[in-house]
Design a protein around this ligand. Structure first.
Ligand code: C5P
Length: 211
């Protein structure tokens, strides 16, 4: 499941995993955990070489229960801190560094290799799991995406969210290493006019059709 921020990937992926009794992996949380650790260490994020040099160090572990996905760095639970504004504002810069991607893609493939799973991110259908049985590319209008995010977060406005998301989407889709793009064979689903249940229903039909 790939798509830009706010397209509904997390809610849809977790709903589909629950309905099918599958595991679930949020790869964005892994990039956020890496970013949180770099910030803690005082690494200069504007220097890609400095980020690359430390990318192998943090020990990131990720649970795969769709009802309570967990994320730890060196045994510390970082589920809360990785959603804070400082990490959200910095994550796309860290995720653009090829050494970071190589490290996390390897971890993701190890987790995926353990059996059937719903995986969400930006490069799942293109890079991480190009042989996935079902590939979905979720989209939604910029306004709908900003409205959803604003409802989830305290102390922000739709305009501020729309600007922050546009910045992140531009960084994610124009970077050299594995940019966000629709994979060959992916089905594009525009979630703007649909409820969460409707989107989950569409994905479940696709899974039924293709597996
Ligand atoms: O999905 P989420 O918004 O939590 O992802 C945070 C950031 O992690 C994205 O904006 C992107 O920069 C990066 N990311 C990525 N590849 C993935 C998942 C996330 O580059 N597979």
């Amino acid at each position: 499941m790939d798509g830009p921020s706010g397209s509904g990937k997390s809610s849809v992926s977790r709903g589909v995993a629950r309905a099918l009794g599958l595991r679930y992996l949020d790869t964005g949380a892994m990039y956020r955990a890496m970013t949180w650790w770099m910030l803690q260490q005082g690494v200069d994020l504007t220097d890609p070489a400095a980020v690359a040099a430390r990318a192998g160090e943090p020990e990131i572990t990720c649970g795969t229960d769709p009802d309570g996905p967990s994320i730890q760095v060196g045994g510390v639970d970082v589920a809360g801190p990785i959603r804070e504004a400082e990490v959200t504002g910095a994550v796309s810069v860290v995720a653009a560094v090829p050494e970071v991607r190589a490290r996390l893609v390897q971890l993701q493939r190890e987790i995926i290799g353990a059996g059937d799973i719903v995986v969400e991110g930006r490069d799942i259908g293109t890079v991480v799991a190009p042989d996935a049985a079902v590939k979905v590319y979720l989209t939604a209008s910029a306004e709908a995406r900003a409205l959803r995010r604003t409802a989830e977060l305290a102390g922000t406005t739709v305009e501020a969210q729309q600007a922050a998301m546009a910045r992140r989407d531009t960084l994610d889709s124009t970077r050299k290493a594995d940019p966000l793009s629709m994979a060959d064979g992916a089905v594009e689903l525009d979630t703007t006019p649909l409820t969460l249940e409707e989107v989950i229903g569409e994905v479940l039909s696709l899974v039924k059709e293709r597996t």
